[in-house]
Write a protein that binds this ligand. Structure first.
Ligand code: NAP
Length: 307
């Protein structure tokens, strides 16, 4: 596992994060095994959202199952998100403050290491976000802040008013859903891959020292579920991944993880599996040094062009 700074802060964390979006129906014992496997693998960071499981349910499952002591709590980086409601988005000051209080209660902790604004609110008033963040920072309830699914313009708009550094932008990224990388590779061609969907968000994040976190790293992104083992839609990709897994003596999950961690942007990978063995399998890829040639071979086999 690699440890890295988060944004331009003194906070550090593992380059793999365990995401807890899918734990609502798991038993306390299974949640404890999942989390202790992650910790044993060197994963020190955990990702939540108020909306996971609806109404803070996954945060509550996590807090109840673990009941960390203050000393155990200090060893990890807890991140959660707010701003998505049922069919609408809400970055109002009142909602941000209320959601954080409910997250703290559900997680059974006094503070969040990082709070992310989950999805851009079209009706955002940066002054309201700034006021909420000032209060959360002054009270010690939230130590650091960031966003998720934000464009560079939306980040710049917030940065013009919010005092606290926005350390993180959590974005959808897997080898089969790699618009933020692929569109630049095919710039200005008469090809679907040239369509600009992300407005250079990855380069913007690198230039502004904003840590990118990759959500759904094993999902195809096209509605066909995980791409690993999905030979109906991704036969060539699975051939390449399995061959490289054999060459390195690691799992297929490790190769899929390494495709992201190999990128020089120091992207953190947010794992969503509920199975401890898959956490361990993915962890093998945290520092796997794919060569340039191998990285591009995986990219091409996922269907992208290299002109
Ligand atoms: N910011 C955002 O808007 C946003 C959106 C979505 C998610 N997230 C965050 O990102 C995290 C990860 O998202 P995700 O759960 O979609 O990620 P993922 O790791 O790509 O997908 C995990 C899901 O794929 C299944 N799966 C099947 N085969 C697999 C294999 N070979 N390897 C790994 N998983 C396999 C897992 O099942 P098993 O459990 O049986 O392994 C699980 O249901 C979430 O927990 C959440 O923290 C953020």
């Amino acid at each position: 596992m690699r440890t890295q700074p988060i944004g331009a802060s003194d906070l550090t964390a593992s380059n793999l994060i365990l995401g807890l979006m899918r734990i609502k129906e798991m038993s306390d014992a299974d949640i404890r095994t999942l989390v202790s496997t992650a910790l044993d693998e060197g994963i020190t960071m955990f990702d939540h959202a108020d909306i996971y499981g609806n109404d803070h349910a996954c945060e509550e499952r996590f807090g109840s199952a673990l009941r960390w002591s203050a000393a155990e709590r200090e060893q990890v980086v807890l991140q959660t998100k707010c701003g998505i409601r049922q069919g609408w988005f809400d970055f109002s000051e009142a909602h941000i403050l209320r959601s954080v209080d409910q997250s703290l209660a559900a997680l059974k902790t006094d503070y969040l290491d990082i709070l992310l604004l989950h999805r851009p609110d079209a009706l955002v008033e940066p002054e309201e976000v700034a006021s909420a963040f000032d209060k959360l920072s002054a009270s010690g309830k939230v130590r650091h802040f960031g966003v998720s699914n934000h464009t560079r313009g939306q980040l710049e708009l917030l940065r013009a008013t919010v005092k606290q550094p926005l350390l993180v932008n959590q974005l959808q990224l897997s080898v089969t859903h790699a618009n933020m990388i692929a569109e630049g590779v095919a710039l200005n061609m008469r090809h679907e891959q040239s369509v600009v969907r992300t407005d250079g968000i990855l380069d913007y994040c690198r230039l502004t020292n904003t840590t990118v976190q990759a959500w759904s790293p094993f999902q195809s992104g096209d509605g066909t579920g995980p791409f690993l083992g999905n030979r109906e839609h991704y036969a060539e990709l699975n051939d390449v991944v399995d061959r490289l897994a054999g060459e390195y003596g690691v799992s297929a999950e490790a190769i899929a993880t390494a495709w992201i961690t190999r990128h020089p942007a120091h992207i953190q990978v947010v794992l969503g599996t509920t199975r401890p063995e898959r956490v361990a399998a993915a962890a093998q890829g945290a520092q796997l040094p794919l060569t340039r040639e191998q990285w591009y071979e995986i990219f091409r086999s996922a269907g992208y062009i290299v002109p």
